[in-house]
Design a binder for this molecule. Sequence first.
Ligand code: SAM
Length: 280
Amino acid sequence: MATLDGLPPLREIIQAHDLVAKKALGQNFLLDMNLTAKIARMAGDLTACDVLEVGPGPGGLTRGLLVEGARRVLAIEKDPRCIAALDEIAAVYPNRLTVLNADALTVDAGALLTPPIRVIANLPYNVGTELLIRWLSPAIWPPFWQSLTLMFQKEVAERIVARPKTDHYGRLALLAQWRCDAKIVMHLPPEAFTPAPKVHSAVVHLTRLDAPRYEADFGILQRITAMAFNQRRKMLRSSLKGLHPNIESLLMGCEIPPTARAEEISLEQFCALSRAFSLA
Ligand code: SAM
């Protein structure tokens, strides 16, 4: 069957290179090129962008990114078995695909790419959240990337976009929404992947803001939200007791009822509390 880029279908590539999926590496592959091109389009116009892809595997999404016109793709893959298959794609797109056999957690990818940079990946579930938190927590803001378009387990995706007073609302939502616009742009059932995982998945698109949505010191905001959500069912006057000797008046000064619980407090209120704490 003809493919969008003239390369063999992904099933043939997987067979030819004997890429039996390894659970320990979070390997659930996307084999439908129409779907991978659609995910690439969710990231916006790629023609003037460098793209960082983590975990290209046999290259389904990589090919989607290139078909959609990415200026250059840096694909970082930990599994050495995938490299020969990825090099075959690189040969069809001269100077547009660089393949690195490495653990993405150890690579300073921003230093290897030219802005504007988009990060687009079907992430390995075991390191996906850790990578997201790193991308959202650089020492200097704005970060090296302009947007993140990332596949997650549906539950993690819901935690990223969650609003106050919902079950999924917590530290990840606050971190993501403090410095980004975040939305779920696609839902995928287990059968979209080979092998099919046990869970549903979703693609989240995060666009960075030039500056945080509300003023706050990052370290203080992290500390307060950690204390508040580590005991999310407790009232704030109790969960934040260790923060300040007069926590009740600090809360009331920010118009936060001391009897409120963490999940009822908006990002704006947590930022106000962080500012009040840094002045106290
Ligand atoms: N992008 C491919 C696709 O959509 O079909 C594969 C996605 S699969 C969910 C995750 C990929 O990440 C696997 O190929 C796995 O080997 C790779 N991987 C796992 N841990 C990694 C790490 N720390 N650094 C880079 N790649 C990793």
